[in-house]
Design a protein around this ligand. Sequence first.
Ligand SMILES: CC(C)(COP(=O)(O)OP(=O)(O)OC[C@H]1O[C@@H](n2cnc3c(N)ncnc32)[C@H](O)[C@@H]1OP(=O)(O)O)[C@@H](O)C(=O)NCCC(=O)NCCS
Length: 166
Amino acid sequence: MDTCLETERLALRYLTGGSPTAPELVRERHLPNILAGYEKWGGDLGLFAAHEKDGGAFIGWFILRPEPEGPLDEVELGYRLRQAAWGRGYATEGSRALLGKAFAELGVRMVWAETMSVNHGSRNIMEKLEMTLADTIPTPPDMEMVEGSEHGGVRYEITREQWEQR
Ligand SMILES: CC(C)(COP(=O)(O)OP(=O)(O)OC[C@H]1O[C@@H](n2cnc3c(N)ncnc32)[C@H](O)[C@@H]1OP(=O)(O)O)[C@@H](O)C(=O)NCCC(=O)NCCS
């Protein structure tokens, strides 16, 4: 477990500054929220585990979900992959599939994604997906310890019309 946490510190660099999330917090807050999302959205939206087609190894997860009190046709895209899976195009591949699901199956109007300005890997994915830089955003208070947080964050968006015209 310690080795696993150690190798995932880099994955948390732009999220928590590298610190692992306390297991109690995962058990008591995050997991119940994730499970409640499957109930609420019938499995169409929420958190998606990603596995390699070849061998089935767990490589990380994606989200496609609305804000807690937001409209159902505006959803957030996000991704967190294990370091061992980086650099193989998986984040772009998974995100493309989720954009397709959102627009072609679920009738979503707009997909948005946010990241730290300095998270070039994440921004590259948004740009490869032909999402548009829509805004700059302040760093959330719980992310001020993250390296580069003084540069704030960015928000990218893509509408169904833009997705259809690509
Ligand atoms: C960001 C992350 C999802 C990228 O996953 P990935 O599967 O390696 O990404 P892809 O292979 O699809 O790469 C997409 C593009 O970004 C580039 N890229 C990936 N990581 C990069 C980095 N750290 N710096 C610069 N470019 C990077 C890739 O080269 C690729 O561009 P290319 O096709 O022109 O070569 C992964 O590094 C990760 O999970 N990081 C930790 C969690 C995180 O920061 N999530 C985002 C929070 S908003």
